[in-house]
Design a protein. Structure first.
Length: 214
């Protein structure tokens, strides 16, 4: 890490892969072991205006309605555009200004989530095009878990499921993630098995992050 620019680190994976847990453990370890480093934890969908709308769609609280008054699912290609718009807003308001000011920004999900999830409903190369202006992170962690394990963790953590939290979608996403890293290369991708105790995964994360920051 040079003096002025900070760094941008991303966690990716299926629902229940442990991205939120690993992002949190990394931020905690940085605050203990590198107290002088300015660290910002963030996530997509964001808590901003577009991210809040996306959350409602994921929960089925915002739907579509035809001119004849029929309620239909929210259009999935429009949702893909919302994810891309939320991301660019995230970059403009938070990621870019902080990284330029020397912060280490950790995001729970980024472009590869869109490529893997939105390719259920649209061609991946189109999803890639609408994400063209999202800048490259310095380091991406891809946490791999079987879809069934991820869903079991989701079910244990909260009641109800969101629109992509089903075996069929997760099986697509699992395969599509591998394609996504070929379609849209990252600065550095570290693939980790998420089917292990969180502390063990966190150790592997720490080794890669230390190389980046020291
Ligand atoms: P997630 O990080 O799982 O949030 P939470 O743990 O709070 O539910 O993200 C919500 C869902 O959104 C998840 O199923 C993945 C999906 N998603 C996309 O489909 N595309 C995207 O670009 C992003 C960022 C998330």
């Amino acid at each position: 890490m040079n003096d002025r620019r900070g760094a941008f680190v991303v966690f990716e994976g299926l629902d229940g892969a442990g991205t939120s847990t690993q992002a949190r453990l990394l931020a905690e370890r940085l605050s203990r072991e590198r107290p002088n480093l300015k660290v910002r934890s963030t996530a997509e969908p964001t808590s901003g205006p577009i991210g809040s709308l996306i959350r409602q769609i994921l929960q089925g609280r915002t739907v579509g309605m035809t001119a004849r008054g029929e309620v239909i699912p929210f259009d999935r290609k429009s949702l893909a555009l919302l994810f891309a718009a939320d991301r660019l807003d995230h970059v403009a308001c938070e990621i870019d200004p902080l990284v330029q000011a020397g912060w280490l920004v950790i995001s729970d999900r980024y472009v590869w989530s869109s490529l893997a999830y939105q390719s259920i409903d649209a061609p991946m190369d189109w999803v890639d095009i609408v994400n063209r202006y999202a800048p490259q992170p310095d380091l991406v962690f891809a946490l791999e878990v079987p879809a069934s394990l991820g869903l079991a963790r989701v079910d244990a953590s909260r009641p109800g499921r969101e629109i992509f939290e089903h075996e069929e979608s997760q099986n697509h996403v699992s395969i599509a993630y591998r394609e996504a890293f070929k379609c849209h290369p990252a600065g550095r991708v570290v693939v980790l098995s998420g089917d292990r105790p969180p502390a063990e995964i966190a150790e592997d994360v720490w080794i890669a992050v230390r190389e980046l920051i020291d």
